[in-house]
Design a protein around this ligand. Structure first.
Ligand SMILES: Cc1ncc(COP(=O)(O)O)c(C=O)c1O
Length: 369
């Protein structure tokens, strides 16, 4: 018998310490656990209306998958840049925005760097910082919102990056536009400002337009994804907008052919799908108009959402509430797993899904009217 290898000693020490990313419960896991035929998945902020029909139509006529994609993606990058007065050179593409973050961190971080993040926020940022031996400096939210003054105060000579997730995941809250403007001005020029706007299309008028900062402040990176409103969570396509001179360096570490041709072709088609975008935003607005008054009647607080999900307070622990909803066929995410105890993160669904959610919540909150 060969001597067993100590793989924990073989991999990089940072990797040995890392906890695996835990995604939300999948429908097949929920079915296996509860034996129900039908589940409503409100756990990962996907678009309940599906994928852009234009993207799906473009995929139907796709052939020649044996040919490598033109990895320059010039037309797509131009198309993504144009609405913001930017050029193709201002766009970095990736296999979802998670991949773009990994690429950016690979290019930017050295051991000892500090990355200032909110707490809680999207867990990818502190986790990927650790992978590069950088320190995630976690700044608690104030009333569920990024505390921009405290984040600014947390900047030291070692700070390489400050990350603002707007709207934030898991709280769905957005920062105030004026406060953000002051924050961006006050941030030292050498600090990279990363703004993750995965839910930008759902944000109300008057929200921060990250792309405008990518155009005007050097060392600013805006992350966008088509996973959410365009329904590309499985197709995978995300991108960053930023200074061409910085992105030219980052491009050197991008995995070649990381964006597949199906994803690129579907993305280009979806960008013309104004009708799908309009319907998706309208569905989300109708969901908010139904859910928020109902939450109030139940006596359950939810932060004001600027996205397609809510962070809802529950009675008892979040995990108990999550399990009770799961047993009734509704998959949500427990805030216990997201640094948000006492709350569930719930995607806004179709009118039918939202009605089922409210029925289930009524049974969870018997004390309320
Ligand atoms: C804030 C935020 N950024 C990025 C992502 C992931 O994006 P992608 O699917 O493009 O990797 C999510 C998805 O949950 C998110 O909430």
């Amino acid at each position: 018998m060969p001597v067993p290898i100590d793989y924990a000693a073989l991999v990089r020490p940072q990797v040995a310490k890392l906890k695996p990313y835990t995604p939300g419960t999948t429908v097949s896991q929920a079915k296996a656990k509860y034996g129900l035929e039908h589940f409503v998945k409100l756990s990962s902020n996907e678009n309940p209306l599906g994928t852009s029909p234009r993207a799906l139509a473009a995929l139907q006529s796709l052939g020649e998958l044996q040919i490598y994609v033109d990895d320059d993606h010039h037309e797509l990058r131009e198309r993504l840049a144009a609405p913001h007065g930017l050029q193709a050179a201002n766009v970095l593409v990736g296999h979802g925005s998670n991949d773009v973050v990994r690429t950016l961190f690979t290019a930017l971080l050295v051991p000892g760097d500090e990355v200032v993040v909110a707490d809680p926020t999207f867990s990818l940022f502190p986790k990927d910082a650790m992978l590069f031996d950088a320190t995630a400096v976690k700044v608690p939210l104030r009333d569920g919102v990024h505390d921009l003054d405290a984040m600014l105060a947390a900047v030291t000579p070692k700070t390489k990056l400050v990350v603002v997730v707007d709207p934030n995941n898991p709280t769905a809250t957005a920062v105030d536009r004026g406060a953000f403007e002051r924050f961006a001005r006050a941030l030292p020029e050498r600090v990279v400002l990363m703004i993750d706007q995965a839910y930008r299309e759902y944000m109300p008028a008057g929200s921060v337009e990250g792309a405008a900062y990518a155009a005007s402040r050097p060392a600013t990176i805006v992350l966008r994804t088509m996973s959410k409103i365009y329904g590309f969570a499985s197709l995978r396509f995300g991108y960053a907008l930023g200074d061409a001179a910085l992105l030219a360096y980052v491009e050197r570490v991008r995995v070649p052919f990381g964006v597949s041709r199906p994803a690129a072709v579907a993305a280009l088609a979806a960008l013309d799908d104004d009708d799908f975008l309009r319907r998706s935003v309208a569905n989300n607005e109708a969901g908010k108009a139904l859910l928020y008054p109902a939450f109030e009647r139940l006596g359950l607080h939810a932060y004001t959402t600027a996205a397609n999900f809510v962070a809802l307070e529950v009675r008892g622990t979040a995990t108990e509430a999550y399990e009770t909803l799961l047993a009734r066929g509704i998959v949500t995410r427990s805030g216990d797993a997201l640094g948000m105890p006492g709350r569930l993160r719930i995607t806004i669904g179709t009118p039918e899904e939202n009605a089922l959610l409210l029925d289930a919540l009524r049974s969870l909150a018997p004390a309320a009217a």
